[in-house]
Design a protein around this ligand. Sequence first.
Ligand code: NAD
Length: 356
Amino acid sequence: MKLLQQMTVMGHERVAFHQDPESGLRAVIAVHDTTLGNALGGTRRWCYASEADAIMDVLRLSEGMTYKSAAAGLAMGGAKSVILLDTPGQEPTEAQARAMGRFVDTFAGAYIAAEDVGVSPQFCAWMREETDHVMGDASHGGDPSPYTSRGCFNAMRACLAFAGRPIDFHGVTVAIQGLGATGYKLAKFIREAGGDVIATDVNPTAIKRATEELGVRVLADDQDLFSLDGVDIVAPCALGAVLNSRNIETLKAPIVCGTANNILADPDSDGQLLKERGIVYAPDFIANAGGVIRLAGLYLGLTEADIDDKVAEIERTTATVLADTASHASAYDAAVAFAKRRIDAGREAKARHHAS
Ligand code: NAD
């Protein structure tokens, strides 16, 4: 499909390309929807198999940000950017970050950049040398992962209640994939609340820290996190697309709730399969919204107390969406519908304002 046609189908307002010969930057910014406000979304540095893959990624991710921000109750739209790397793991440079900052600045605030895969608070600080429209450097929110983890923990509470269980982590076992920035802190919340954690990570240092500091149990090499017996909640906190038609069939845990983006390989069919199997699924963009709430909240001038309230509200939003699942194809579908209702309400309010 041609790009403009794709934008029309997905509802994107604006997609811009930039190449900077001096720094070697090649980047795309996609602004999906600004009905509710300017659009904050991370900058991803990634080595894509093709330019078409990069474009599809930025279109998909920016659309997801629209729903994430709307469902989180933020006066924010949705956008995302990608920097195309020539080789995997290519080191970030200040020149590349500053060139990206100048690109971001051409949006005059309609797009606000932040951290994502391959982008650190330092990279954000370099971008910020060129524009005010960047969050996530040390002086502007820094690493938002503690908020993401707390929001996910709140979503888990709603999942327990929806599954008819007490909201109490004593006696609850959570299987976490990935003990990085979000997975480690999520494990800490669960352990502090009296829960048991079994986890896996490809990085032995991450495992060592979690076992030593939190008493997390480690998955044996021959065990598969997604088909473990005796697990109450599966929490993907590393990669996307980890649940698919095959492993959903053998999933034993009654609840899925993690920090990872795009947990379902196919949100439509996999979402339906989870519903058919009676597995409670906290839609990822609701469960992991704590980070964007923090950074967007600071950008919008919310107080720390307002931000904390919105992160706490993730529990209520998850509960609402789970309750709505009965009248939708899946929990994911119910979550998108929830977000779209907020966007529609924002559009109507704007129309009324313009008419008056
Ligand atoms: P991170 O890089 O700090 O941690 C990811 C961890 O997963 C690492 O320790 C890594 O070694 C491990 N890992 C990688 N592949 C693995 C595999 N196959 N099996 C087990 N472990 C594996 O990343 P993060 O910030 O914790 O983010 C994790 C996920 O959450 C990502 O999908 C990210 O997009 C999403 N997310 C993060 C935030 C945030 O605030 N950081 C916000 C929203 C969504």
